[in-house]
Design a protein around this ligand. Structure first.
Ligand code: GLY
Ligand code: MN
Length: 385
């Protein structure tokens, strides 16, 4: 049989599932939250793709120490033969489900302690699996087994992320040529999408682009509207948060520019506060640092600058998907390690006035971090028509 495409990923997941799951408390104590498992049912499609290379919409992996099974339905019989070498492939009989056939595999393999992805198996699929496994099999909810391996990117993944970022950086240069007063946010967002996908070959957007002008730039995840850039009649912010997927990996960048004149002192003060907070965060990133502490640092600087509590986390993991896991936030328990790819995106938002966010993508290195996004972070005043 041909070899598995990503043997190091599969080996790392096997090692993780054979360890108990633990959680470290605030006081540093360690608590076991789930037992080791002899098999893991991997149902989350992003995790299935990461381990196998499968790009279809319905697939599941049953992984044990010695076996690697891939299940899919008849629509993907030919595609999976090409994409998923090295796994024992099963095409579902008509009328059966992934859960039913996964349960049958557990029986055939004589398994007793079977883990499943607690965050990614809908209750109905869990119920079908529970019905299909023989009596005496323990189904053990596990969290983050594949995700903890995915958190550290390998060289191929980082190379793909760099390609996706190159397209996003080029799109920012393009944005500076199209963000003219009088154009609507929706028109700008559409032009950016066409540029990334049609001109530069991105397969899709990482997420719906955020394009907010004037007071709309204070909407943290605002949707592009029919508002015309420069509608206030004076200088105003234009916040654009966008990214695209290339070779299965995402970019995610935010830049905030000034449209309709030169920035006012108030605009410069807000921009400088965000830029300083971001620089402090970038300087603090290195292996061994808790992601939460980097968020705390940027959050404190913005509050001290008079902008109150930042209403979102400082950054997230970036990879197969735009929110690829926890990163720099108060709810993150990640300790930074070389190879992690993260966003760093502080922002300030003032209702009925405007907002500023600056977002870079970085990779943690042995001694700090490398900033992957190259677009300028100087406050650019976009020339008028
Ligand atoms: N850049 C969009 C987000 O991180 O949610
Ligand atoms: Mn982001």
């Amino acid at each position: 049989m041909t070899d598995i495409r990503f043997p190091h990923r599969v080996a790392a997941v096997r090692a993780r599932m054979a360890e108990p799951e633990t959680r470290t408390g605030e006081d540093g104590s360690t608590e076991t939250t789930a037992a080791p498992v002899e098999a893991l049912i991997i149902s989350h499609l992003e995790n299935v793709r990461y381990l196998t290379g499968f790009t279809g919409s319905n697939g599941l992996v049953v992984l044990t120490a010695g076996a690697a099974h891939f299940l899919t339905d008849g629509r993907y019989a030919l595609q999976s033969a090409a994409e998923v070498p090295g796994f024992e492939r099963t095409i579902l009989p008509q009328g059966s489900s992934l859960s039913e056939v996964a349960g049958q595999k557990a029986k055939e393999l004589g398994l007793k302690a079977v883990g499943f992805e607690a965050a990614h198996l809908p209750y109905s699929a869990y119920a079908a699996l529970a019905k299909a496994v023989p009596d005496g099999v323990s189904l053990i909810p596990r969290s983050g087994v594949v995700e903890s391996v995915r958190a550290v990117k390998d060289a191929d993944e980082i190379a793909a992320i760099r390609r996706a970022i190159t397209v996003a950086d080029a799109c920012f240069d393009y944005l500076l040529t199209i963000a003219r007063p009088g154009r609507t946010e929706r028109e700008v967002a559409w032009d950016m999408e066409v540029f990334m996908r049609s001109e530069r070959g991105a397969t899709r957007l990482s997420f719906d682009s955020i394009v907010g002008s004037g007071p709309n730039s204070a909407l943290i995840h605002g949707r592009p509207s029919g508002r015309r850039l420069g509608e206030s009649g004076g200088p105003e912010f234009l916040l654009c948060d966008f990214g695209c997927e290339v070779d299965g990996y995402c970019s995610d960048i935010t830049r905030t520019v000034c449209v309709g004149g030169e920035p006012t002192d108030r605009m410069r003060a807000a921009y400088d506060a965000v830029r300083a907070a971001q620089q402090a965060a970038l300087d603090a990133i290195r292996p061994g640092v808790p992601g939460r502490d980097v968020d705390t640092l940027a959050r404190k600087l913005l509050a001290e600058a008079g902008f109150g509590e930042m209403q979102h986390g400082l950054g997230h993991a970036l990879g197969r998907v735009v929110h690829d896991g926890p990163g720099l936030s108060q709810k993150s328990d990640v300790t930074l390690a070389p190879g992690m790819v993260l966003t760093v995106e502080p922002g300030v938002y003032v209702e009925n006035w405007g907002g500023v966010r600056i977002e870079d993508d970085i990779v943690v290195t042995e001694s700090g971090c490398e900033i992957l996004t190259r677009s300028t972070k100087d406050l650019v005043a976009v020339a008028g028509a």
